[in-house]
Design a protein around this ligand. Sequence first.
Ligand code: FAD
Length: 436
Amino acid sequence: MAARGVGGLHVAVVGGGICGLATAHRLVRAGARVTLLEGSDQLGGLGTFFPWRDRWVERFYHCVMPSDDHLLGLLGELGLRDAVTWRRTRMGMVVNGRGYPFNNAWDLLRFTPLGLPDRVRFGVVSLLLRRLGQGKDLDGTRTEDWLRGLYGDRVWELLLAPLFGAKFGARFGDVPALYLWQRLGRDGAVAVRGYPAGGYRAVIDALRASIEAGGGEVRLDAPVRRIGVRDGVRLELAGDVVTADRAVSTLPLPLLRQLADDDLAARLPDVELPYQGVVNALFFLKRPLSGHYWTPVVGSGTEFDGVVEMTPLAGVEPYGGRHLVYAMHYTDRGSALFREDDAAIASRWTSQLLGLHPDLNRADVDDVRVFKAPYVEPVHPLGYLARKPPVVVAGTPLVLATTAHVYPDVTSWNSSVGLANHVVGTLVGEPQPVPG
Ligand SMILES: Cc1cc2nc3c(=O)[nH]c(=O)nc-3n(C[C@H](O)[C@H](O)[C@H](O)COP(=O)(O)OP(=O)(O)OC[C@H]3O[C@@H](n4cnc5c(N)ncnc54)[C@H](O)[C@@H]3O)c2cc1C
């Protein structure tokens, strides 16, 4: 693919999550004629929302971090940077059914699930961890091998595997330690987090408006069913065909593979990544829960591994006076839980939440909704840095911009925007650094 600008070219963008939206926004600004194709009836992908009574609420918890430079840059272009409210949030831990604050050295000293020597070791190693990782081949080191050695068995089993491993489940020990090391640069226990006024919907609406103002076309309910790349790009929809000079696919690689015609399939990167999905219950409570934004739940008889409470971050005003609590379990899309009926999950997880919080009554739970997503977190193998597929599918006009490309960055809106910048830079012949 020759990279000589996109002025006047027709570029199709497949997928209307943040990566597709940011890509389309940038392409329009670079002078391309853009058609964005979103399969569902809503833009936003994993950051999407649903109508709840007289307002809109996110299906999955989301927050902005102060280090999200790519995202904040985009918000600046959209005039939304000042619409982010920043708050200092705190973290809790529930171990064996009992809650603990988990924010500072004083909390750690009182964290009785660990013996005193392990508490001290945890504190000291955590302080030094970023430095201890420098210059090491963490991409080629199993997370478990690195952390068990540094922290010891008890801390690994009781804290680290549940704390950081929830996204990967049993596979966490095997993923490259580089992912966690990178993540420590983004998250923290006591952290300043941001939330945009009007929620993530405001960002999605602003991106759509920007694309359309630049002459781009945004099509909803337009699932791509087949992709071919001979003489330009041919995208088959139900009863329609879109042809374009170039295309950017933001779909998870396994989905793209299912849509590729034989010619394209033979050219796609041969990395076979497993993906974790998520099952997530959203509780609308009449009273606050713990005051902690994030609380991992360990060994407490719940199916969910953690709880995110939005009130400390966003207050109750966006939610009609209700306190929003998300409970989540990351799992394979083929698992029994993922395939289970939403109502059964809602009922069981409500009982489990009430069991964890004896002062919370059933009458305090105003409503519960369950949402699932099949492709959230690619599970990277050791040595993935060298195996990460290039964004350009060689010999074709197709470019990939997927969550499998942001490693070792954490999958987030920020890394997706960084990837969109990189991909559009590649298309216009001014490559931006790959995020990560
Ligand atoms: C529970 C949870 C919590 C999270 N918390 C945060 C957070 O706090 N902060 C943060 O920054 N990030 C967070 N994330 C991560 C973030 O949401 C994702 O990294 C990001 O949204 C990925 O964007 P994307 O555009 O790459 O993919 P997606 O959002 O998955 O978008 C892909 C789009 O493609 C569409 N599509 C699929 N098939 C087709 C087809 N055949 N044709 C056309 N369109 C198709 C889909 O409908 C979707 O809209 C969280 C994610 C989850 C699940």
